[in-house]
Design a protein around this ligand. Structure first.
Ligand SMILES: [Zn+2]
Ligand SMILES: [Zn+2]
Length: 307
């Protein structure tokens, strides 16, 4: 099952000709998960050929304009395109009031329900059959959340010869075992999935930091992530400014990815002062080799791990 991460906006604070404001979209099966929704997100979606009618959840890190001002436009575009499916929005305190104010003052009617959930504490904010999204408190100049998307382990590989040897007839009973259910044979013998399946296979994990200084507990929160999407607004020479403004530098982000034993790091929320992000990449790679700096419309595919 394929999963793609599409960087719709990779700038910080103000857009540039090359970088739109923060928005990262994870496409998985028939669902889209968006992390932050900077201004113009819906146009970036059109350019990236991402649809407006799919099942969708949006996770907002914090109530700074560059991360939320895309929501009104996106909602309005969806309504004009006659979206019917519910849209779920998660974010810090204030997100509900913000969207209600906009809807009232612009008087736009929506064609679909919007379910808004404010997140006050760290922990699981959304649990689906095969994945969870967890929030952690980041360290910015206003309340800010980092999010971890994690798939639940998948059942192990199925060994048909083991099922046959146990006398399980091919068909429905095989499928039940593959889905993790016990079955009962006509002779009364109960066969459990562990008798015919290999050990459970790991799911994929993506962590999105939003705006933050390096924060306590990150290594545990992001442990083993396939992909860490970390902000790196300023280069290492501006570490003091980053500290004051509640941001991170490339080597700080890289250190966090290293501590978390992440597989890959992508830097985003790049300040408009860097026309060329080569310096940021160089600084991060000294600490964590498998790093990229995101550009708008960068697409990463995360294949399912075999084990
Ligand atoms: Zn920002
Ligand atoms: Zn911010």
């Amino acid at each position: 099952m394929s999963m793609h991460v599409i960087f719709l906006g990779t700038g910080g604070s103000v857009p540039t000709g090359a970088r739109s404001l923060p928005a990262v979209l994870v496409k998985r099966q028939n669902e889209q998960l968006m992390f932050d929704c900077g201004e113009g997100a819906q146009r970036q979606m059109i350019k990236a050929k991402v649809g407006f009618h799919r099942k969708m959840k949006i996770f907002v890190s914090h109530m700074h304009g560059d991360h939320v001002l895309g929501l009104p436009g996106l909602l309005q575009t969806m309504a004009l395109l006659d979206r019917q499916k519910k849209l779920e929005v998660y974010g810090p305190e204030g997100i509900k009031q913000f969207l209600e104010c906009v809807r009232e003052s612009l008087q736009f009617g929506l064609t679909f329900p919007v379910e808004i959930q404010e997140v006050y504490d760290a922990g699981v904010v959304c649990e689906e059959k095969d994945y969870t999204v967890e929030a952690a408190k980041a360290d910015h100049v206003v309340a800010s959340l980092a999010y971890a998307f994690a798939e639940k382990p998948r059942p192990g590989k199925f060994f048909p010869e083991k099922a046959k040897a146990l006398g399980v007839p091919e068909g429905e009973l095989w499928s039940k075992l593959q889905h993790g259910d016990d079955i009962k044979l006509p002779n009364g013998r109960v066969v459990s999935p562990s008798e015919v399946l290999g050990s459970p296979r790991k799911g994929r994990k993506i962590v999105y930091t939003g705006d933050t200084r390096p924060f306590r507990g990150f290594a545990k929160f992001a442990a083993g992530a396939d992909l860490v999407i970390h902000e790196a607004t300023f280069d290492d020479a501006l570490a003091e400014k980053a500290e004051v403004d509640g941001h991170s530098t490339p080597s700080q982000a890289a250190m966090e990815a290293k501590r978390a034993k992440a597989k890959k790091l992508v830097l985003t929320h790049i300040s408009a002062r860097y026309a060329d992000a080569g310096l940021l990449l160089e600084q991060a790679r000294k600490v964590f080799e498998n790093t990229l700096v995101a550009d708008d419309f960068l697409v990463l595919e995360l294949p399912l791990p075999d084990s």
